[in-house]
Design a protein around this ligand. Structure first.
Ligand SMILES: *Cc1c(COP(=O)(O)O)cnc(C)c1O
Length: 228
């Protein structure tokens, strides 16, 4: 078994145990493998071990890997910051975008989504940690943004995403994820997705209702940015 396959098995156990601890069906928690900075070969190994959903943050890097892996039936998720001049390739080459935090980006993604593809699945990224974090819309802007995004024809608003301020305190982790869940409930829209939880806090996220956990380090090892 490859190291990646072993890691996938270990993360699978963590997901199942966390789901069980809060009486959730583990089938409702999806594993999104975050493959940024990792080579196509690592994705191949993860796919061979049963993982189909991959998250990427950097557009150019993602497009290169998609081309190398076009023989595999993978589902690609864009999870990084989005510049408005990069929306077209994102609309063309991904099934999901988790990091929409302003209407201009959503409008461009809808306009640029090719007609032959199904609607692009969207999560709105929310900043639940206040000043400490720069990415994500403010909670008080969320209602208006969500309402506007539901009107865009080529997008399907699925739910919310957050990257809270890192903390080792499980109760603080849970408080941030609970906030995202409550914000989604407060929207009163037909949403089914909470994209929250990473390698160090997936248990807290699952306890608060995560439906995608975005896992990089625990699957692929530490990232090395020195060569990029
Ligand atoms: C890198 C990244 C992850 C994965 O983080 P790990 O701590 O390596 O599991 C998840 N979500 C987003 C948005 C990321 O950029």
């Amino acid at each position: 078994m490859s190291t990646i396959a072993e890691n996938i098995a270990k993360v699978g156990v963590r997901i199942r145990e966390a789901a069980q601890a809060s009486q959730r069906d583990c089938a409702t928690v999806g594993l999104l493998a975050v493959s940024k900075t990792k080579p196509a070969e690592a994705i191949r190994q993860a796919f061979a071990a049963g993982t189909c959903d991959f998250g990427e943050n950097y557009l150019q890097e993602a497009l290169e890997k998609q081309a190398e892996l076009s023989d595999l039936p993978l589902t690609w998720h864009f999870i990084g910051p989005i510049q408005s001049n990069k929306t077209k390739p994102i609309a063309e080459h991904f099934a999901w975008v988790h990091s929409v935090d302003r209407l201009k980006i959503a409008q461009r993604l809808s306009d640029q989504r090719p007609a032959h593809l199904p609607p692009l699945n969207i999560c709105l990224q929310v900043n639940v940690s206040g000043e400490a974090s720069k990415s994500g819309c403010n909670p008080d802007e969320l209602q208006a943004l969500a309402q506007a995004v539901t009107q865009l024809p080529n997008l399907r608003l699925r739910g919310l995403m957050t990257i809270p301020e890192p903390t080792d305190d499980p109760s603080e982790q849970r408080a941030a994820f609970a906030r995202l869940r409550e914000l989604m409930q407060g929207l009163n829209l037909d949403l089914d997705t909470l994209s929250m939880g990473m390698s160090h806090d997936l248990e807290a996220a699952i306890a608060e209702g995560a439906t995608w956990v975005r896992i990089g380090t625990a699957l692929f090892g530490a990232r090395d940015y020195s060569t990029t």
